[in-house]
Design a protein. Structure first.
Length: 616
């Protein structure tokens, strides 16, 4: 190489190599040494195949058959190494001859690592997009507005019923198959986007299937890709998707919503949707009629505003139980105050609906007007109270007279007379017990009796109940066992009501227990409640009687009263007492074992007693 040529090559800004016919490096400039410094310390004398992954030097030279010169060709070679990581070099070679007729090649190199990696990343990204479009069944189109011709993706062809490799005039095919009623709206949306009045053209329309047998719903979303000097779009690029199934679901939902609305609006029963803070969200005409106000007036209020003050507390408490998840629904009778100030009774059924995440839950309420039924019940209660009072006055006198006869001089009465007096006293006391039970039942039914709630140690209450009812248990030849009860377990109860419940359950267990096995009383702590159970061994409760067991005046069999005594009101009274103390009552009876249980609210560890608080 001449000195002048070497001087010119040294001034070149690109990495350069000169190699002979055997591929041995004869000369390298400083840029080449910097580029390949991690390959070898001395480039000169090294084979080119050691420096670059080239097996055939002719692969980087395009020979020109018409001249003695060769035009440079290029290849991108991977020259990555552990020291520098990934590296890509674009290589060109030029063939020239020395003055002595020796063939030489000048190899020029350019580091294109960043460009190559970016192109690879773009290629991967494009492949992912193509896979995503195919997976999502989204067709892509590009419309040349000036020529009316369009370029469409393989997925677009598939949506239109063509093979992915078929030659299709997309715009002509689309225009020939769009529903004529939908075309004007689509064209108007496109014009708004083309003229710049809208950012996007989003439309839904019907397209006839390729076989012509059905109409499919499509959705297009297009944007302007290029605009002229007047801001008119020259191209529209968009995506098309098949939404036929979605349309079918939407139509079904609309039909169901219309049906629900028709049922809701035309129902003769008052219905409402209520927010968790108690405000009316949706009310039907029946509820407006029930409360004597218009829909607009009602929607300005909440359910607490139209509830009788004495019933608000119980209703709000049970609504809070729904929100906390302790209950899924509840039913209660409550009084409502109409717009004119009059009071009506309603049977309220309420449940909570929890929507998908992000949507607030709400109550569904249904109210049946029971004002007339309540009037009848109140008339019956007054009648029963009057009759019972009228019975108790002479009955008290009769029992007093019979008591005097029974305690008189034994010689003044014959044995037969004594027997008759004893029978009369026994039946009189039974009648007095029946009258008292009826009065208690009526007072509970009409809420004349209300609990006096306080916090009490459960162990002390159970011991008191067992002591008070020991004579009854012994009279039937039974015995009892109180299993271990946590001495600090405290419950929220009316102590007198608690004792009345236990007296009824212990009396029933004693009456129907077998001789020998004891009656077991135990208490188990639950989440927020305590469950008290009374278990006895004896005949199972008859299947036919089970649905009636908590109804008033129910007896398992006609002879039950004669054999065991009782009015059939005990369990019905227990149920009302338990429920008015916010508890539940139930039973299990199988295999000769019967368990009656009830729950009461549990509280924290408190003192042995607490000042009772009035609950309305």
């Amino acid at each position: 190489m001449t000195h002048d040529l070497e001087k010119i090559l040294c001034m070149a800004p690109a990495p350069l190599l000169v190699v002979d016919e055997t591929g041995t490096v004869l000369w390298a400039n400083a840029e080449a040494e910097r580029l390949l410094e991690d390959v070898t310390d001395n480039l000169c004398g090294a084979p080119l195949s050691r420096l670059l992954p080239i097996s055939d030097m002719d692969a980087i030279v395009r020979e020109d058959d018409d001249s003695d010169t060769s035009q440079p060709a290029s290849r991108i070679l991977d020259v990555s190494s552990d020291a520098r990581g990934p590296r890509y070099v674009e290589v060109r070679a030029t063939v020239w001859m020395t003055a002595a007729g020796q063939a030489r090649r000048t190899i020029s190199m350019c580091d294109v690592t960043d460009r190559w990696l970016a192109e690879q990343q773009n290629r991967v990204t494009m492949q992912r997009w193509e896979h995503a479009l195919v997976g999502a069944n989204i067709g892509v189109f590009e419309l040349d507005i000036m020529t009316g011709r369009s370029i469409v993706s393989a997925t677009w062809k598939t949506l239109m019923g063509f093979a992915a490799d078929e030659d299709v005039d997309g715009q002509a095919e689309w225009l020939s198959r769009i529903h004529p009623e939908d075309l004007p709206a689509v064209q108007a949306a496109d014009r708004d986007c083309i003229d710049g009045r809208a950012q996007r053209s989003i439309t839904e329309y019907r397209l006839r299937s390729r076989d012509g047998h059905e109409w499919r719903w499509m959705r297009s979303d297009a944007v302007a890709a290029l605009r002229d000097e007047l801001s008119r779009a020259l191209r529209l690029i968009g995506a098309q998707t098949d939404i036929t199934e979605k349309k079918a679901v939407d139509n079904l939902l609309r039909q169901q919503n219309a049906l629900f609305q028709a049922v809701f609006e035309n129902s003769p029963i008052a219905k409402a949707i209520v927010s968790l803070d108690g405000r009316w969200q949706w009310v039907n005409p029946a509820l407006c009629n029930f409360l004597g106000c218009s829909e607009a007036e009602l929607l300005e209020t909440d359910f607490q505003s139209v509830t009788h003050p004495d019933d608000v507390g119980a209703d709000v408490k049970m609504a809070n139980d729904l929100v906390s998840g302790r209950k899924s629904s509840y039913r209660m009778e409550k009084r409502y105050v109409r717009a004119d100030g009059s009071v009506v009774w309603g049977l309220l059924n309420r449940a909570i609906v929890r929507e998908k995440r992000g949507q607030p839950p709400y109550f569904i309420s249904q109210i049946v007007d029971i004002t007339e039924q309540r009037k009848i019940i109140e008339m019956k209660s007054e009648f029963v109270a009057t009759v019972s009072h009228e019975l108790r006055t002479p009955l008290t006198s009769i029992l007093a007279a019979l008591g005097l006869l029974a305690s008189s001089d034994p010689e003044t009465l014959t044995e037969e007379a004594k027997r008759l007096v004893s029978i009369a006293r026994m039946n009189g006391e039974h009648l007095d017990h029946l009258v008292r039970g009826i009065l208690d039942f009526e007072k509970l039914s009409t809420r004349e009796r209300t609990p006096m709630i306080g916090s009490y140690r459960l162990a002390a209450l159970l011991e008191q109940a067992i002591l008070a009812n020991s004579a009854t248990v012994e009279r039937f030849g039974a015995q009892h066992i109180l299993e271990n009860v946590d001495p600090v377990l405290t419950c929220d109860v009316d102590p007198q009501w608690f004792q009345e419940i236990m007296a009824n359950l212990l009396s029933n267990a004693s009456k129907f227990s077998l001789e020998g096995p004891p009656i077991t009383i135990r208490a188990d702590g639950l989440a927020g409640h305590v469950r008290i159970s009374v278990t006895n061994k004896g005949p199972d409760i008859a299947e036919g009687f089970r649905p009636e067991i908590f109804k008033p005046f129910s007896q398992a069999e006609p002879s039950s009263t004669r054999r065991h005594g009782g009015t059939g009101l005990g369990l019905s009274i227990c149920k009302q007492l338990v429920e008015q103390m916010s508890g539940e009552i139930g039973y299990q009876s199988a295999g000769g074992t019967t368990v009656f249980w009830f729950t009461v609210p549990a509280v924290g560890i408190d003192a042995d007693g607490a000042s009772p608080k009035r609950r309305r």
